[in-house]
Design a protein around this ligand. Sequence first.
Ligand code: PLP
Length: 362
Amino acid sequence: MSVWDYANPQLKDLVAYEPGKPIEDVARELGLAPEDIIKLASNENPLGPSPKAQEALQKVIAEAHIYPDGGGWKLRTAIAEKFGLARENVILGCGSNEVIEFIGHAFLKPGDNIITAEHAFLVYKLMAKVFGADTIEVPDPGYVHDLDAMAAAITPQTKEIFIANPNNPTGTLVSQEQIDRFMAQVPPHVVVVFDEAYYEFLDNPPDTLKYVREGRNVIVLRTFSKIQGLAGLRIGYGLGPPELIEVLQRTRQPFNTNAMAQAAALAGLLDQDHQDLTKRITDEGRDYLQGQFAEMGLEYVPSYANFVLVKVGDGNAVFKAMMQKGVIVRAMAAYKLPEWIRISIGTMDQCQRCIQVLKEVL
Ligand SMILES: *Cc1c(COP(=O)(O)O)cnc(C)c1O
């Protein structure tokens, strides 16, 4: 007898998420010094966390023996104030990824389905699978979500639709007009999730919070992992109408976000300078990378986020060859983009080294 005879059957063909390769792994496997390796594989902030977040972390170390505020009162209040919402509109997650899981707990069962774009963030499909639900993947011409086609794909069994804006790994954006036309077509039984992990990198972000204020069946996901540089602490949040947030609150563990993450996130949220600096460096790095790709004759997808998808031939081979030279990028075969790699935008020095190594490898 095997455990698989009585484990939940949908787990059998679930392929685990493969994260960006950690620097320590590469150093160990290739005998390189960790400080000679750069990681441009997980869309992390190359500047690190805000100095104010680091200071706040130091302060809470001595209180690590006390359980955190499971309700996240202070942080939820600060987030609500920032966006002109109420605390009841906010749920915290151990990364915004955890909120994706809450939404699954709340709405999905075997036989249901979710709708995503064909080249969407993989976690949506993985989470649906955990709950035994199917994923309808809608073609995305030019790697841009086709919201009209996604609305047309809704069935009576559809429970959730995910729109990552900008999307990862494509870096593409859908406009306010497209969103508004889409929202006019979505029936009330479908939860629309706008995953805005890269929201803070946009110059003119579409407004999806108006749908939260209107009480529509909408959850907006944001995170401290990207522009805030707190990916290692695992903290993100969802914004939605109070009743929807209350349903999600019932699905979470009592202490799902820890005290250090909450304290750092609170300090980081209020540090606009660090965010502005990160955005500026990202804008400069994006211009540089995209300019270099154009000069090299490489096809790329113009990005609105802190990474760029570029077509290099055999993505996996290029990923491995670059890694040998100490630059970790992301191969995209798992996203059905085997000819592409995704490069996170680092500091200008890191971007220049990355291009140098890419040229050597090609
Ligand atoms: C990085 C990312 C997230 C955020 O993940 P966390 O769990 O908050 O670290 C969510 N959605 C997308 C599309 C992302 O790229």
